[in-house]
Design a protein around this ligand. Structure first.
Ligand SMILES: [Mn+2]
Length: 354
């Protein structure tokens, strides 16, 4: 019996040894190289946070913590409705808000530029970046881990880190990452979606107990689309980002039409909200892509709104093939901010400089 216990203990120790040898040797070396001597490292996504930004901050902080690094997830501001719904759904606590990045050790997720970062990010110690966007204008003095991938969601990259590091993902975190992939890829429908997004989403859904991904996505989308209780300015800011194109600060909002029957009323309201918000921001021009569902069998489309002196000209030059409906610029199929709107506006502003 004693012998048996002894063997069991040895097997147990071996098993423990195996599970505690988490981490991938290459990654662990990098994490150690950038680990601050003392203090905590904050993981944070872009301002006006979306589900990919929030989900990856939480999941990546958990992973780094599991690997023995003092890491805490924070958010750059109030959650949008979709993200709040998801945190409630999976019973995950809302992270604290980071208001100022100066002097902090930072891991950036889901963005790689100051324009969309927490204030004073240029005075932070950025030790790592995990992102699927184009990097812009970072002036980094230190050596850092920088992973960038042309992929549907940062969540896909974060889940890959779990796999590479042999860290088991818990049900809640798997759920958040699954939701983040769905949110960023519109349930695998966006152009940028890759095979990895598809395969990892299926795996994460299984781990999270999401049996009907389509239904889950619809529920979370409806929560996110309902603007109940928000003012028109808050609706405008739910997914609003500022960019700099050839010296012009430009705001681009992305909004979903909440009700097919009242599209043009909603367009009027948003137009007014942009005009009222304009004096409160440094942006010279504000644009809004307002996405609407097409009628049965018809393609979805975008109503493209603009605000500011000269903004109309920029909008029309950027989308010469758009139609004018009810006096508005309407583009079919609907526009994507990253792939369509940003490059088109960038080109137009660049052209104006010459
Ligand atoms: Mn993202």
């Amino acid at each position: 019996m004693k012998k048996y216990l002894c063997v069991t203990a040895i097997i147990f120790m071996l098993l423990c040894g195996c599970t505690s040898s988490k981490g991938n040797v290459y990654n662990m070396s990098l994490y150690k190289a950038v680990a601050p001597e003392d203090g905590v490292t904050y993981v944070v996504g872009h301002i006006n946070p979306d589900t990919d930004t929030v989900g990856t901050a939480i999941a990546y902080a958990k992973l780094r913590t599991a690997l023995g690094f003092n890491t805490v997830a924070v958010i750059p501001g109030k959650l949008n409705k979709e993200s709040q719904y998801l945190l409630d759904y999976f019973k995950v606590e809302t992270p604290e808000i980071l208001e100022d990045a100066a002097g902090k050790n930072i891991i950036l997720v889901d963005h790689a530029d100051y324009q969309q970062a927490v204030p004073n990010m240029d005075k932070a110690n950025i030790v790592e970046i995990l992102d699927h966007h184009q990097p812009a204008g970072l002036s980094l003095e230190n050596n850092l881990i920088y992973r960038s991938a042309p992929i549907g969601a940062t969540a896909t990259m974060v889940y890959n880190e779990y796999k590479v590091n042999h860290v088991r993902i818990d049900r809640k975190t798997a759920g958040l990452l699954a939701a983040a992939i769905m949110s960023d890829t519109k349930n695998l429908k966006k152009e940028r979606t890759t095979e990895a997004d598809r395969v990892y989403l299926a795996e994460l859904c299984k781990k999270a107990g999401i049996q009907k991904p389509k239904k889950f996505f619809k529920a979370m989308k409806n929560e996110g689309r309902s603007y109940d209780g928000l003012t028109d300015e808050e609706i405008l800011l739910t997914n609003y980002k500022e960019f700099e194109f050839s010296g012009h600060i430009v705001g681009i909002a992305s909004v979903d039409n909440p009700d097919d029957d009242t599209l043009w009323e909603f367009v009027e309201r948003m137009d007014k909200a942009m005009a009222e918000y304009a004096p409160k921001t440094d942006a010279e021009h504000i644009f809004m892509k307002l996405d609407a569902d097409g009628d049965e069998g018809q393609e979805d489309f975008t109503v493209f709104l603009y605000c500011g002196k000269g903004a109309e000209e920029v909008a029309k030059k950027s989308f010469p093939n758009a139609q004018i409906v009810n006096g508005r610029i309407v583009y079919t199929p609907k526009l994507n901010r990253t792939n369509d709107v940003v490059p088109a506006l960038k080109d137009t502003y660049e052209g104006m400089k010459k």
